[in-house]
Design a protein around this ligand. Structure first.
Ligand SMILES: [Zn+2]
Ligand SMILES: [Zn+2]
Length: 398
């Protein structure tokens, strides 16, 4: 689906209203601080569930902007909720700020955080007059774990009417499909022995892991489009002269639907169990964190967001090759519960893509900073359009 496929009321009036002008002025006034926030988080990467400094940086700026900030919200030490507004539709803007092992902020979550804070500061200036309740929700652990699922289970979406977030990307895609994903920790257990003196008494756990990895690599040819499995070997033994008793791998399984994910689970499990039988080892497969749902983009929000970008002088720029992007997000689980948009916004980095070091750099260039600010502005304008015309989120199949 593209933004053009949807029908929504003409929101243009809300984009040029006095409220919109005030919101944009508030954003302009905060622009320098937002760029500094984005760069500071980028320079100080923290992994899932340990984003102490990133969460504090966001919370501090929101507090200075007049929002009521609850740190460690919903029982998660690195979550926060910053609230403003007393009546009207309730918007949640998700701020991600976790980094990746080895490549730091190569997914640009620093810019996501700054855009979300920017939207919060822009809307704080007008929420009461616009009739809008806004919560900027600090959501830890997107790259691994699934902090949004923890937050949902703790009640963070209770009474919420719609949700938004933006994500830096090589190209625009305001209706990202997002794949379901499940993470597996796989441990093979064999028997240690002297690799030369008595190899026949050993059972090689590394062989179990390697055979499983190879079987999965062969399985790939026969998977449906967007059924994916990829992994890394995380433990492979201690020394060549000791038959490895324990070896381990980490895999991600992805699919476009829950049904296809279930089928992939069965087939992947058969690969790993077959490898264990072949090598005389045993295999333990453990699910890590939460299963992420595919993303459901709300057509009314997608159309309104695209129109907001147009009004900002930032036309929609999808991949000219027309390819759909993969990837997964725990925002998918949010999108199953409330009308939602996860807008991928171009930082014009191609051929640098998310999870490459070059992409981390692209997210803190002047172009990356501008995208971050435009994401904040587009979310604020979209929210004002919904406040002016709540039918945007009341209509439209999800
Ligand atoms: Zn990522
Ligand atoms: Zn990401």
């Amino acid at each position: 689906m593209t933004a053009a496929d949807t029908n929504a009321p003409d929101p243009a009036a809300a984009f040029v209203s006095p409220l919109a002008t005030r919101a944009r002025a508030a954003l302009d006034a905060a622009a320098k601080d937002l760029v500094a926030l984005s760069h500071a988080i980028s320079a100080d990467p923290e992994l899932a569930y340990t984003e102490v400094r990133a969460a504090a940086r966001c919370a501090d700026l929101l507090e200075r902007g007049g929002l009521a900030v609850e740190r460690g919200a919903y029982g998660l030490p690195t979550a926060f909720a910053a609230r403003v507004g007393s009546h009207g539709p309730h918007l949640v803007v998700c701020a991600e700020y976790d980094a990746l092992p080895g490549v730091g902020h190569a997914c640009g979550h620093n810019a996501i955080a700054a855009s979300a804070v920017g939207a919060g500061l822009a809307l704080a200036a007008v929420a009461e007059d616009a009739g809008l309740r806004v919560t900027v929700l600090g959501t830890p652990a997107e790259e691994s774990g699934g902090g949004k699922v923890d937050l949902i289970r703790a009640g963070a979406l209770a009474g919420v009417d719609f949700a938004m977030m933006v994500h830096p990307s090589p190209f625009d895609d305001f209706a990202t499909p997002g794949l379901a994903i499940e993470e597996w920790e796989v441990v093979c257990t064999g028997r240690a022995s002297h690799a030369s003196f008595a190899p026949h008494l050993g059972r090689n756990a590394l062989d179990g892991v390697v055979a499983g990895y190879t079987a999965l690599a062969m399985l790939r040819q026969h998977l449906a489009p967007w059924q994916q499995v990829h992994g890394v070997i995380t433990e492979g033994g201690q020394a060549p002269n000791v038959v490895p008793e324990r070896a381990a791998a980490s895999y991600y399984l992805r699919a476009a639907t829950h049904e296809e994910l279930e089928e992939l689970r069965r087939r992947a499990r058969a690969c790993l169990e077959g490898a264990a039988v072949a090598t005389g080892t045993t295999v333990d497969i453990r699910t890590v964190g939460h299963v992420y749902d595919p993303v459901r983009a709300h057509p009314g929000l997608v159309a309104t967001f695209a129109a907001a970008c147009e009004a900002l002088g930032r036309p929609y720029t999808p991949d000219p090759a027309g390819s759909e992007m993969g990837g997964s997000t725990d925002f998918g689980n949010v999108s199953r519960l409330v009308p939602a948009i996860h807008a991928d916004m171009a930082v014009h980095s191609w051929p640098a893509v998310n999870h490459q070091p070059e992409f981390a750099a692209a997210c803190i260039t002047p172009v990356g900073d501008q995208t971050m600010l435009e994401g904040a502005a587009a979310m604020a304008l979209t929210a004002l359009a919904v406040a002016a015309d709540p039918s945007i989120i009341a209509t439209g199949a999800r």
